[in-house]
Design a protein around this ligand. Structure first.
Ligand SMILES: [Zn+2]
Length: 261
């Protein structure tokens, strides 16, 4: 049995929550850490966790790549965090922009704004001792790592992690997790990373409803993909699948302080 450490259950693809969780369970996925991106998706995430408290755990977030989000939207999210911090398991997803900076003449200014916003959110994570689920791909990872360290954040995961090996090494050495998606089944970059990152530092996720290629091409995306991710990690580690899946679930429980059902 495995835990999906990052899924967008607020998405319309998962309107039928009971069916989503039933399908997940049929694939040995017994729990989902659900992340939000702004005030309205956060509200839907809280509703999902309230509807299925034994298998859905909510994080509230503010997505760093959503171009329409303003500082007023960030105020709404901080108000939500003040109201709900006691019933969530983390802050996420939050982070730094990267893909949305491509081709922008004001990329440096947008990154500066992104850093300030992230720091505001990290202060709240500190105040309520919440772990952080980060979106900080490629060149954004090093800045996010510095931001975590500067605020003394102890628990964090770099979701759908991709960064130069030296940055990944620094993340792992700092005690943070890196999370792997179904791409590990068919993408060499992810496979190489999983081969050397200690199992103690790995999480698995679907980032559903994100669509994947390879053997997942054309399939509806959701938490059910994570058991296949766990199986592939076991192959790469040359360890029994059952042990690896147990280890990955324990990692998720440790990071988000989940009660093992
Ligand atoms: Zn996501």
């Amino acid at each position: 049995m495995i835990i999906d450490s990052h899924c967008h259950l607020h998405d319309l693809a998962f309107t039928d929550l009971r069916e989503t969780l039933r399908t997940a369970l049929a694939h040995d996925v017994w729990g989902v850490v659900a992340v939000g991106c702004d005030a309205s998706t956060n509200a839907r995430t809280l509703a999902a966790a309230a509807a299925a408290p034994k298998s859905v755990w909510a994080c509230l977030g503010f997505h760093p790549e959503w171009p329409q989000l303003t500082d007023e939207d960030l105020d709404l999210v901080t108000t939500q965090l003040e109201a709900h911090h006691g019933r969530i398991v983390g802050l996420g997803e939050v982070g730094l922009p990267w893909y949305s900076l491509e081709g922008r003449g004001d990329a440096a200014a947008l990154m500066t704004r992104g850093r300030a916003r992230l720091d505001r959110l990290l202060q709240l994570a500190c105040r309520w001792d919440l772990p952080v689920a980060l979106h900080a791909p490629h060149g954004a990872a090093v800045g996010a790592l510095a931001a975590l360290k500067a605020r003394g954040i102890e628990r964090a995961v770099f979701h759908w992690h991709k960064a130069p090996a030296d940055v990944t090494r620094a993340i792992v050495e700092a005690g943070y997790y890196v999370s792997v998606t179904p791409e590990v089944v068919y993408r060499d970059r992810d496979r190489e990373m999983v081969a050397w990152v200690p199992l103690d530092s790995l999480l698995v996720e679907s980032d559903g409803p994100w669509k994947y290629g390879g053997e997942f091409d054309g399939l509806p995306s959701g938490p059910w993909f994570t058991s296949r991710v766990g199986e592939e990690i076991a192959k790469l580690k040359q360890m029994p699948a059952e042990d690896v899946v147990h280890h990955l679930s324990t990692n998720a429980c440790r990071l988000f302080d989940l009660v093992w059902a």
